[in-house]
Design a protein around this ligand. Structure first.
Ligand code: ADP
Ligand code: MG
Length: 309
């Protein structure tokens, strides 16, 4: 499938401060792409460039292969980091008004708002003023407004900040639903676990630079360390442990189990396979647990940022 959005060599300076240093990313159509990085990394600046709020100093953005143009705005839904709704306006009134601004007819706007308000169980908020809503509630309303015109590309800047875990979960579910309906989703976050849960693709930005990007599964494969978590029982665990230590890099492991295992992480050599390890262990112990250690996005983040420094 073709790429929906391509950003080539984007640079942006504010005075003599470099906010984006040669950032390139490619977002495949109908993917969920996570832009990950600590506060101040440059994520919001990048998203503002894609939304044509800020111009890059150099570099180009392409939307469905065409140079980004004001006419593309209608195909993009953007939830900015600074959530702005008119505080004294009523929820329904405001939602209808903003929907009309996005080019929906009155009937369409009503129909889609009804769909989304029902879906999220917030129909009773319709006549409340925004100022009567909590931050998270207002954010839910703004989420609905962002997705209302069925844009091809949805851009959410820190969509989970301001939400409690339950509501963050609801928004995650809706992001998956929107992707299923054909949307492509780009979101920024400083929280590793949301990339882990949702994204097929990610880019890591740190200090204005892109440190890595690609398919999350490929990145994990690249960063794996041939380490296996095992749970063993044997008549003489002490001598087994001694033997294992002479053969592998051994560190303790913790995981939940119902057996009294010797819980270890064993790192094998590049030229050894999981089967080799399993054969070796089966000859010496009862193997109750055997699983490859997959690096988390957090592990990868720490490793990459430390290498960079
Ligand atoms: P993130 O969203 O990853 O937290 P931002 O893109 O908001 O990061 O900011 C990146 C850096 O650029 C920060 O150091 C910020 O202070 C700076 N910056 C962002 N916008 C401006 C601006 N309009 N003028 C000056 N500096 C800015
Ligand atoms: Mg930001």
């Amino acid at each position: 499938m073709a790429d929906l959005l391509v950003a080539d060599n984007i640079c942006k300076n504010f005075g003599n401060f470099t906010a984006l240093d040669d950032i390139s990313i490619t977002i495949p159509t109908q993917s969920i792409f996570g832009l990950l990085g600590p506060n101040g990394a440059g994520k919001t600046t990048f998203l503002r460039i894609i939304n044509q709020i800020t111009m890059p100093d150099t570099g180009k953005v392409y939307f469905e292969g065409e140079p980004l143009h004001p006419s593309h705005v209608g195909h993009i839904g953007y939830l900015p980091e600074e959530r702005g709704l008119y505080k004294s306006m009523k929820v329904g009134e405001q939602a209808l008004y903003l929907a009309r601004l996005k080019g929906l007819s009155k009937a369409q706007a009503k129909e889609r708002l009804e769909f989304w308000f029902t879906r999220l169980g917030i129909t009773h908020w319709w006549d409340k003023k925004i100022q009567e809503l909590s931050k998270g509630m207002a954010q839910k309303v703004q989420f609905v407004i962002t997705v209302l015109h069925n844009p091809k590309l949805l851009i959410f800047d820190e969509p989970f900040s301001g939400f409690d875990p339950v509501n963050a979960g609801i928004i995650k579910k809706e992001i998956l639903y929107l992707r299923e309906q054909g949307a492509t989703i780009l979101f920024s976050t400083h929280r590793m676990e949301s990339v882990e849960e949702l994204c097929e693709y990610m880019a890591l930005i740190h200090n204005s630079k892109k440190l890595l990007d690609g398919k999350v599964a490929d990145i994990k494969r690249e960063y794996k360390s041939n380490t296996f978590e095992v749970g063993l029982s044997a008549p003489n665990e002490e001598s087994l442990l001694k033997e294992l230590k002479s053969r592998f890099i051994v560190t303790p492991a913790t995981y939940k189990s119902i057996t009294e295992d010797l819980k270890l992480r064993l790192q094998i050599k590049e030229d050894e396979s999981p089967n080799d390890l399993l054969h070796y262990l089966i000859g010496r112990a009862q193997v109750n647990h055997f699983v490859e250690v997959i690096p988390s996005v957090n592990d990868i983040f720490i490793k990459t940022v430390t290498q960079d420094a």
